[in-house]
Design a protein around this ligand. Sequence first.
Ligand code: AHR
Length: 330
Amino acid sequence: MLCLLSAAVFMSGCGSVKAPEPKAEPLEVADESLIVVGVSQLGSESVWRTANSASIQRVFTKENGFFLNFKNARQKQENQIKAIRSFISQQVDYIIFSPVTEEGWDTVLLEAKEAGIPVILMDRMVKVEDESLYTAWVGSDFQEEGEKAGQWLADHLEKEARQEEEIHIVVLRGTEGSSSTIGRTKGFSRIAAAQENWKILEEGDGEFTTAKGKEVMENFLEKYEDIDVVVSQNDDMTFGALEAIEEAGKTVGTDGEIIMISFDAVKAALEMVEEGIINVDIECNPEQGEYIEEVIRKIEQGEEPDKLNYVSENVFTRENVSDFIDERIY
Ligand code: AHR
């Protein structure tokens, strides 16, 4: 008994006994010339996300000189942390990851830094004390996207001479704590704050999914009789919201009662812009694989890549959308 007790005390160690280091198990890659990248994708919640994963899988191929270890975290930060730790123990050459939310990455990123593995953030950003914990970031200017949405609405209402009318707005937000939700909300709110006649009735968490977007929209429609504008922070939630609006017997779009503003600009949504169902779609560009490849090539050549790398993005309305639909692959 005494022996057991003293063993337990020893193991709890008054904080002095360190957890065993994870054993390094370098990945067996037959062709040693390949650059090994570990990618932690945050999930597969949207059409956009699927396109983002496809862009990575298209670029990081053996033919192109890479060995790809791709893991899907299914919206859980703990799965992403686990994946990053496994990449560290496999001694990959680069870690690429799309953080589901901004907070809570300092410890695992420090582990990657101490292991000497460059980390490239994809799509979303992290909020860390020490910015040297990641080498580069590739993604969208989410705040600018939100501002573009707000500015489009201001211009549209002016054209329609509706500046004196009280405009009732509801907002479907994406994943709480994610850069895309934070940035788009901030950008749209900045423009909205300068418009005396705009009233944001409510903002709801639609989690970037069709099912949740529909549920939140149903709730808004029950609560508010007179909704003039829906700002939906991605196309998947817009698809759900459109179902809810149709079921409630209301009309949308260029000739309807409710103005629909969406984000992402996936092909199915662009077709709805062309039909006049969605008034405007603010592009969020998922094709980030080639931008990330460029960052890695630079590092391989001993150059320092730019810390922040913005992808190019457009705004689509009925006036310009036809020129872009055919070339859209997602
Ligand atoms: O972070 C980018 C956002 O995440 C996209 O707008 C959305 O569709 C995705 O799920």
